[in-house]
Each structure stands twice: as C-alpha cells, then as structure tokens.
Ligand binder design. Structure first.
Ligand code: HEM
Length: 181
C-alpha cells in the first residue's frame, strides 16, 4: 500500500484517543447526572436575583460567543474574505466555555440528569454531549495529521450542541418566564 493510501487510515487512527476520551466524558457526565442524588444546592451570584436567571444569562453569553466562534472560524478558513485574528476565535471560545462551567455545575450537582419532560431530557443529553465533543475537539487540535474535516465537524457539533442547550433552557425561560435578571 503506497503512502498516499496510508494517510487516511493514519489520520483516522490519530482521532481514536480524542474521540474515545470525548465519548468517556459524555458517559461519565451522564452516569454522574443519573447516579448522584440531586442536592438542590444553589449559589447566589451578585447581580442576579437567583441561580436560575444567572444560569439563563451566562448561557446566553456563551450562546452569543458561539456565533463569534463560527464567524471567526470561517474567517480563519478564508471563507469570509475578511481577516479576523485567530486570537478572537481562541478567546471567544475560552470565555464561552468558562461561562458554561458554573451553569453546568449547578445543573449536574443541584438538578442531575432529568428525563420526565422532553425539553429537559434533550437539554440534559445535549449538556453531556457538549462537554464530550468539546473535549474531543481540544484533544484533536494539536493532531497535525488528523483528517481535514476534523475541526470543522467537531467545532460544528460543539456549536450545534450549545445552540440546542440555549434553546432548551434560556430561550424556554425567556418565553415562559420573561427576561428576568
Ligand atoms: C452537563 C449536563 C447537563 C445536565 C444534566 C443539565 C440538566 C438540567 C436540568 C435538569 C435543568 C432543569 C430544567 C427545568 O426543570 O426547567 C437545567 C436547567 C438549565 N440548564 Fe442545564 N444541564 C446540563 C448542562 C447545561 C449546560 C452546559 C448549560 C449551558 C451552557 C445549561 C444551561 C441551563 C440553564 C440556563 C437552565 C435553566 C433554565 C431551565 O430551567 O431550563 N445546562 N439543566
């Protein structure tokens, strides 16, 4: 088998560890979300009336930054015709991810993985999937011989999961309860 035929195979095996680790993260969050007894624990955060509005607005911040991610990624791949510095993509990604941490901590620790309502089931599964695909993307990033579609696909899945998380939580809150702070 000539070198040219070996590259796709090697590229895919390069992804084995990132994809397996991402899958383990999804599984671990799901099992923890179901296995532990929800504590109902809630932290008050300055500026917000309660944990719920805090989560809703932090998630909305991550949601907006996710669009900055997509636009800056398209620019990095020369699809936009405008040159947005790569640092914009890196930092909007880091801040978006960090904004989700206190939210997901509250979701998992205080509420757990719930599936009595289709919206909440979809939300809970998307939450676990988001961290799994984010982990796989970060582990695949330094892999120079990974297939060319790796980052667009993993980045696209992370974006779609975050949009789904926002629609099944913040958007529901804004339409069911209102723009409460
Ligand atoms: C990691 C797995 C996750 C699980 C198991 C989970 C589970 C839950 C559950 C059960 C609720 C209560 C839903 C309700 O009764 O209305 C909830 C609420 C919420 N979650 Fe999560 N979540 C997860 C991750 C996330 C992430 C990553 C975000 C944001 C990026 C998020 C944002 C929210 C918000 C804003 C609410 C409050 C609005 C609402 O009640 O729907 N969650 N979550």
């Amino acid at each position: 088998m000539t070198a040219i035929h070996q590259r796709p195979v090697r590229g895919l095996t390069t992804l084995l560890v990132p994809l397996l680790t991402g899958g383990l993260v999804v599984l671990a969050l799901g099992v923890y979300g179901r296995a532990h007894t929800p504590t109902g624990f809630a932290v008050g955060v300055a500026g917000f009336s309660a944990a719920l509005p805090m989560k809703v607005w932090l998630t909305t911040g991550a949601f907006v930054l996710a669009f900055v991610q997509v636009v800056s990624a398209l620019s990095m791949w020369g699809k936009l015709g405008i040159d947005i510095p790569a640092g914009v993509h890196r930092w909007s990604g880091r801040i978006a991810f960090l904004l989700t941490i206190p939210v997901a901590f509250h979701c998992l620790y205080a509420l757990g993985l719930q599936y009595d309502v289709p919206r909440v089931l979809a939300h809970s599964l998307l939450g676990c999937f988001f961290y799994g695909v984010f982990t796989a993307k970060m582990l695949a990033l330094p892999k120079r011989d990974a297939p060319g579609w790796t980052l667009p696909v993993l980045g696209g899945l992370a974006f779609t999961a975050l949009v789904g998380l926002w629609l099944t939580s913040s958007f529901w809150f804004f339409t069911a309860i209102g723009f409460k702070v």
